[in-house]
Design a protein around this ligand. Structure first.
Ligand code: COA
Length: 627
């Protein structure tokens, strides 16, 4: 047994630091989550010339020769005219003065300034495997165990004993884990904020449960600080269920699905009333929310996962479960009476990987047999949250219902459970599985549209303190050559695939090591806004608009659980593609908008399946030919 002295830090947003304290631990813990944090490197500002060169290279496959030539000139002026240098110096100054020059700007520009509804547009959903309960007892039992599992996970956060994660052998920043519980987004007239109540003097001890659009406060700790047992939670859920049988209640939560400006105004109006304000505050402060959903219309087994993905993203519409949410809440677990389960999370405080890590933990926890049976001490009835609905609030709810129904009809979702192979096949052929799947998306897109498009893949920046993400530009001159070659069997298709994968790997390496181009360009742009200088022309250029118009917005979110994350497209004529490559199969969630005639989630899913199979055939045929 080894004694460790570990310096720990409170994890707040960059720039807000709580005093350090010294913790003595007598047991050997694998590695404390926060112990390594101080040693994490700062996110670098990449060299200006390097980013400019890489930016021009990234444009080659997606803009015309004339546009590229024009952009070359603008980039040259930007570099030589002094503007680039001035902004770069500003960025470097910012990097010296802050823990992370990017994370606050990123949180603002990607999330808090974004005025689109969080439902569908920014909040990802997670589809968990179908559960085998078909009634409310099953639903309650499952929800009770799930709540107990999340609280068990929370213990690791509270005691700062979460194991440190690694990427390519490097420890990752664990800050995001400290932002997902007891936090909530708050709408503002121009910009939203995120409030984290775990940081205050007294951490919240309740969760919120919503059933039939009615919200309840469920205290999950006893007065002595011990957690409620699964049986106790189950009994409390039963009480909640029985006192929310009426289905004619106003779906107050649907207000949170509105356009952010609209919701910002409605919010101010809602909380003018003291009771409403207290109820809203109780939801915001809660550790997380559990949505006990009503059963959804039955669909065939083939469509089941897609239907659940839609339910996670938007709740199915005003008639169904869209009002059974508080979309601003960071974490909402969803358990349907029909065996559906998953979650939706508000994206501003964290990326997908910490969320699925939590899911993996909870799923494992739920598989364990329950050992302790609690003595049944009677517990107080969970408090029902009251809302006074004025005619104005009623009008806001009606508008929110209409808009939600439009969003529901507009979202096209297809979950592809690709079962022919997983990471195993590319690995056997010494190829990166992630790059292989990305090339399949490129091929699928090219076959459908006979052209390629700007493609975004999220890359983790968590090797750096408070790191979030950068983007990997998947579409490269090499990926274009490969997809073009796939139309002609007489070309060196395998060599071109290998080259495209190699280029993707290099771009991935650069992005996760803080040498990507997307966030550096964003930083230069933000610096220019902050300096109140006129926007440099490279950011007003057609090429820049094309590069930022991500028709394919993709992200790998891998997990141990057989689940899949899903999110909406980021442009009206695009696809949102989230995938979980497992060892022997790949789960892929694809979304598009029905209002766009050119996109079709199921067709794209079919094209991806065909592309993956053709690429495997290419690897195997070539391997056989060599024997
Ligand atoms: N030969 C054999 N095996 C290989 C290989 C090769 N040439 N290249 C990679 N592999 C292996 C890896 O060792 C790894 O093995 P493991 O399954 O035992 O861990 C596996 O294949 C996967 O590697 P790869 O497919 O290359 O990708 P990755 O796991 O490194 O992921 C990113 C790449 C970009 C997805 C990852 O770095 C990342 O940033 N993830 C976070 C993204 C994110 O934040 N998304 C959420 C946004 S909300």
């Amino acid at each position: 047994m080894k004694s460790l002295y570990i310096k720990t830090y409170a994890f707040l947003r960059p720039g807000v630091v709580r005093p350090c304290r010294l913790v003595r631990s007598v047991t050997l813990i694998p590695e404390r989550s926060l112990a390594h944090q101080e040693g994490l490197p700062k996110l670098p500002v990449p060299p200006l010339k390097q980013t400019c060169e890489r930016y021009l290279t990234s444009l080659k496959p997606i803009v015309s020769e004339e546009e590229l030539e024009h952009t070359r000139q603008l980039v040259e002026e930007f570099l030589k005219g002094g503007v680039g240098e001035r902004l770069q110096k500003g960025l470097e100054r910012r990097a010296r003065k802050t823990d992370n020059w990017l994370s606050e700007w990123w949180m603002q520009s990607a999330y808090l300034d974004c005025r689109m509804p969080v439902a569908v547009y920014t909040s990802p959903g997670v589809v968990l495997p179908r559960m085998h309960f078909h009634d409310r007892q099953g639903q309650m039992r499952f929800a009770a165990k799930l709540i107990a599992g999340v609280l068990d996970f929370k213990k690791m956060i509270d005691t700062e004993t979460l194991p440190v994660e690694y990427l390519s052998g490097k420890p990752l920043c664990m800050d995001q884990y400290y932002q997902i519980l007891s936090s909530c987004r708050i709408p503002g007239p121009k910009r939203d904020t995120v409030v984290n109540y775990a940081i205050g003097k007294t951490s919240p001890t309740h969760i919120t449960v919503v059933h039939n659009f009615q919200f309840f406060v469920l205290d999950v700790y006893n007065s002595d600080g011990t957690r409620l047992t699964v049986d106790q939670i189950y009994m409390q859920l039963e009480k909640i269920w029985n006192s929310s049988l009426q289905t004619n209640k106003e779906p107050i939560g649907i207000l949170t699905s509105q356009h952010r400006n609209t919701w910002g105004k409605a919010y101010n109006n809602l909380i003018k009333d003291k009771t409403n304000k207290e109820s809203v505050r109780a939801i915001q402060k809660s550790i997380f929310t559990v949505c006990l959903d009503a059963p959804m219309p039955r669909v065939s087994d083939e469509l089941y996962q897609s239907r659940v993905a839609a339910q996670m993203l938007h709740g199915g519409g005003a008639r169904w479960n869209s009002g059974n949410r508080w979309f601003d809440k960071t974490l909402q677990f969803i358990v349907g009476e029909d065996g559906t389960c998953g979650l939706v999370y508000e994206h501003a405080p964290a990326e997908g990987p910490p969320i699925v890590f939590l899911i993996d933990y909870v799923v494992k926890y739920m598989q364990k047999a329950e050992v302790v049976r609690s003595p049944m001490v009677p517990l107080a009835m969970p408090e029902k949250l009251r809302f006074n609905i004025t005619p104005e609030i009623k009008r806001d709810i009606e508008k929110a219902k209409q808009n939600m129904n439009i969003m529901v009809h507009d979202l096209d979702v297809k979950v592809l459970m690709f079962c022919h192979f997983g990471k195993n096949v590319p690995k056997q052929h010494k190829l990166s599985p992630d790059a292989f799947v990305q090339m399949a998306f490129q091929l699928a897109y090219f076959r459908m549209y006979n052209t390629c498009c700007s493609t975004y893949e999220s890359a983790s920046l968590r090797m750096f303190k408070y790191g979030r993400t950068d983007a990997i530009n998947t579409t490269t001159a090499d990926s274009l050559k490969f997809v073009q070659a796939m139309q002609d069997p007489n070309t060196e298709r395998l060599v071109l695939l290998q080259r495209a994968i190699q280029t993707h790997k290099e771009n991935t390496y650069n992005a996760i090591h803080g040498q990507g181009i997307d966030r550096h360009l964003l930083g230069l742009k933000m610096q220019s806004i902050e300096d109140l200088t006129s926007m440099p022309e490279i950011f007003m250029d057609t090429s820049f608009a094309v590069a930022q118009h991500y028709n394919l917005s993709t992200s790998q979110v891998g997990s141990k659980t057989d689940c899949v994350m899903c999110f909406g497209p980021v442009v009206p004529d695009g696809y949102g593609v989230c995938y979980n490559p497992m060892d022997e199969h790949i789960n892929i969630a694809i979304t598009a908008f029905n209002s766009c005639e050119e996109t079709h989630a199921a067709k794209f899913a079919q094209a991806v399946e065909d592309a993956l199979l053709d690429m495997r055939a290419l690897l195997e045929d070539t391997a056989t030919a060599k024997q």
